[in-house]
Structure formats: C-alpha cells, structure tokens
Design a protein around this ligand. Structure first.
Ligand code: ADP
Length: 334
C-alpha cells in the first residue's frame, strides 16, 4: 500500500546540512495502523511531511499502491494529496467557521455538488458523534471534540491514507481515548490506512498494529506491537517501553488495595547511596514495605524511584516522610 524506500531528507542552513531522514525504508499494508515513535527531533514530522509531499525528499522513493509520488507533475500531485488526509496536534481548524463549515470545506474547494456536500457532512457528523454541534465554533468545543472534527474534515474526501502528526498529544487521557476509538472506527468502516506519529508509547501500544522506532533520522527498530513489547532490541525502544511499564505499574498499584499508605519516593544523585529507609525504620515507630523500585547508577539528577507502603501511627509516618524530604527525597502520595 505505502512503500518508503531509502528515503533521505536534508535541510541546508547557514550552519551546514542537517540530515533529518537518513535512509529510511518501510512498508505499510492497507487497513493497518502503523506507528512511528521517537523523541522530539528524531525526524517523525519530516517523514510524514514527505509522505504527503509537504516536504520534497532529497533522495529515495515513496510509492502508494505501487505508484511513485516522487517526480510527478503538479496536477498528479494534487490528485495524490486528495488521497491523503492529515490531522495535527493543534487541530488546525478554521476558528471563524462552524463545525459544519469546517467539515464541508475540502468538498467545497474541490467543487463537489451542494447536495453531495450536505449529505456527506451529515454522515460525518454522525460518524464523529457530534451532530448536535454542527453550528458550534471550534472555540466552543473540548480538545477531543476539536480533533474529532479535524478527523471528519481530513476524511471528508474519502482518502486512502490518514496521517496523524501527534494527533493525541494535546489531549487528556479521556479525550485521547475518544480520539483513538474514532481512529479505529475510521479503519474499520472506511478501510483507511493510518500512519500515526507520536512520542507517546502508551498511545502507540494502544492502537498500532506495528511500530517503527526512530532515532536521529533512522528507523532503529520495527516490529508488531506485541513483539516489540515482548522483546525490544534497540536501546531507544527499551527506554520508551520502560516508561510505559512504570506507568502501568503505578496504575496497578493505585488500583490495588494496600493496608497502609503508598508513596513514590524519587531519589537524586545526592541521596540514592544513603541508607535512608533503614534509618527510617530504626528511628520511627512504623513498618515499611518496598513494593517496587528502580534505581539507576547514572549521573543525572533523578536517578531512580521506590514505591513503598507505610504502616503505623499517622504521627510517626509523618515524621518519617519529613525525614525523607529533609534528605532530598521527593515524596508523592499514590
Ligand atoms: P520530530 O518530528 O521527530 O520531532 P522533526 O522531523 O521535526 O522531528 O525534525 C527532525 C530534524 O530536522 C531536527 O533536527 C530538526 O531541527 C530538523 N528540521 C526539521 N524541519 C526543518 C527545517 N524546515 N529546516 C531545518 N531543519 C529542520
């Protein structure tokens, strides 16, 4: 469906040349949700901007359904672009237009008949479950609702491909879920193919069939989501997965029913080596269980954490927590 071959994109400036995409190749199948994950500056946006030709690649090829989109004339490019919808972190809706007008816009500029436009807008309003907001302006909507309108607008012309550039990054967890649910529905009901770029591994884990991990303009690892989580190979992948694992662990701990109070203690380089917890147990009249933890011996400010349960009198626990805080430990209640 989409095949990217040996793609290169360089930017020239007074300070020299930056190679934002460095010999990247991958294939995405029809109906697949393909995630591209990486830290800021890894080259993700540049890559998707090459796919819809908002950026001109410096080398390599991009084929959609076996047809190269490089070196085609302006008219052909315009046609190809209609096959690719895109959504952004900042929604990019027209603020002076209503929800209805935003969704109708791509059909108006391609001069579709009025009745067809009207019917399609109503169909899409139902599809995104915002029929009651057709006369509202974007400023009257939540972030999740705005992104749902942006999705309706992006798929109005029934493209084959939907590109999402950090489409959920500005949303809270509930709105993120509503947008992810809608994206799944886009694939299921309209058989679209989605490429999602994100720095949020938990989002990629939730929705993507396969994930490519980018670092410094290269794909350092690619696999099905399950396999990637089961046996991550690249260092960058492991660090992304560790963050998700820690969040999952904390969610599990919050959901679990502990008898005592549960805290997350974050250690820095000045206190990680001190026997602060054993001193707590000896000095104060309380019990302490270590539930989980991870301390790295690397020279950075916060080098690790412990999740502990404290049992005992409130006053003694308070003293112990103050002792930890006085020694530079950050204490959070879970
Ligand atoms: P990401 O989306 O992963 O955050 P980007 O694709 O935005 O990464 O950027 C990748 C690299 O390309 C960065 O080093 C960035 O500074 C550089 N870059 C992106 N766009 C331009 C541009 N228009 N001119 C010069 N450098 C750019």
């Amino acid at each position: 469906m989409i095949e990217v071959k040996n793609l290169i994109k360089e930017f020239s400036s007074d300070n020299g040349t930056v190679r934002a995409i460095d010999d990247v190749s991958f294939k995405v199948n029809k109906g697949e949700i393909y995630g591209i994950i990486g830290l800021s500056g890894a080259g993700k946006s540049t890559l998707v901007r090459c796919i819809n030709r908002l950026e001109e690649p410096s080398g390599g090829d991009i084929q959609i359904n076996g047809k190269s989109i490089i070196g085609i004339n302006d008219n052909e490019l315009l046609e190809e672009r209609r096959e690719i919808g895109m959504i952004f972190q900042s929604f990019n809706l027209f603020m002076q237009k209503t929800v209805y007008e935003n969704i109708a816009y791509p059909m108006e500029i391609t001069k579709k008949p009025k009745e067809e436009i009207h019917n399609r807008v109503l169909e899409l309003l139902d599809f995104i479950d915002l029929r009651d907001k057709e006369r509202s302006y974007p400023s009257e909507l939540s972030g999740g609702q705005k992104q749902r309108v942006a999705i309706a607008r992006a798929i109005a012309l029934n493209p084959k491909i939907l590109l999402s550039d950090e489409g959920t990054s500005a949303l809270d967890p509930a709105n993120t879920q509503s947008v992810l649910q809608l994206l799944r529905k886009v694939v299921k009901e309209y058989q679209m193919t989605i490429i999602m770029i994100t720095h949020q591994m938990e989002v990629a884990k939730d929705i993507c069939d396969r994930i490519a991990v980018m670092e410094k303009g290269k794909i350092v690892e690619e696999n099905t989501t399950d396999e990637l989580f089961k046996s991550p190979k690249a260092r960058m992948t492991r660090s992304f997965i560790q963050n998700v694992a820690e969040e999952d662990l904390e969610e599990g701990i919050i959901a679990a029913d502990f008898k005592g109070d549960v805290y997350r203690l974050s250690y820095g380089e000045n206190n990680a080596h001190k026997p602060l917890l054993s001193k707590c147990i000896r000095t104060f009249d309380m019990e302490l269980n270590i539930i989980a933890g991870n301390i790295h011996h690397i020279p950075s400010k916060k080098i690790g954490y412990l999740i502990i349960e404290m049992l005992g009198e409130a006053e003694e626990k308070e003293k112990a927590l103050n002792f930890l805080k006085e020694n530079g430990v950050t204490v959070e209640v879970l």
